[in-house]
Design a binder for this molecule. Sequence first.
Ligand SMILES: [Zn+2]
Length: 345
Amino acid sequence: MSYQETMSPKERVMNALAGKLVDRTPAVNPTNVATVELMDLVDAPFPYACQDGEMAARLAATGYTELGFDSVSPYFSIIQESSALGCEMQWEEKDNWPTVRMYNPIWKSADDVKIPAGILEHRDMKAITDSIRMLKDELGDEVAIIGKTMGPWTLAYHVFGVESFLLGTVDNPDETKRALEKLKEISVLFGQAQIDAGADALTFPDHATGDLVSGEYYKEFLQDIHTEMVDALEAPLILHICGKTIDRMPYIAKTGMASFHFDSKNDPQAAMDAVNGGITLVGNINNPETLYARGPEEVRQEVYKCLEAGIQMIGPECAVPLATKIENLMEIPLAIKDWTAERHG
Ligand SMILES: [Zn+2]
């Protein structure tokens, strides 16, 4: 290797999030890289690793210690807040993510939205803040700790049910906006608790995905709220939306968020063109085909394609399938290092 790494993983990630120079492109996992193999390795299986801070920290640390990523992320699912709000849960086993049972939603209208007192002490929210505190103690000087707080759109799916929430956006958009305004307080509360616990950055998933809503929907219902989050939360924010999102990227680029975590359904160069320097990008190695079903060589080709487009941080497009082979995940940082060495050679 003919180039020298001059930054710690943490410095590398924080610089990339701030749009500053880096010694090489960081390998980042804004969602998470937990797999069954890693759960077995450190004896921290689902669903317990989603309920207990110590197990969550142990499993998250493997993203750095075993896979060589520059960040760790201890929030593995998208359900911690919804569970604390009282949604009915399907906890599953170690080979499946926990989910919210959405056929029996807890709320019907914006008036129902209430944040229970002491919600941060609920087991499933405390697991995340506890894990961040432990990771901060163990790895806080070396590696970037990325927390995660759900945006109001995702929370709305869970508490109202996807169908009834989306129908409401057509029938009564003012009511939808009122609900989002109230739900965003949960995003801020949990996000700030994670920052206070030691999170260096926060992923902000808000699943206004390409297959469910249009770019104009994003502009009407979410752009302002996401812009507001930048001031409300005192850490760099990484917005995460799955699916085709090129049509909303120009709006996303105006929110002031630090980065957008994008899906492999969007070409890296087309995404760079769409945001036009307004926001950094992180992604977008394909999960179901490449990381899950192919081998290191195909992973490497996708990493190179992202690097050539100028994507600022490289990682899987979303939470990886739990049966993903770890050699495929390890290939992401390795490919970045080789590509950088060749360019400096
Ligand atoms: Zn996703």
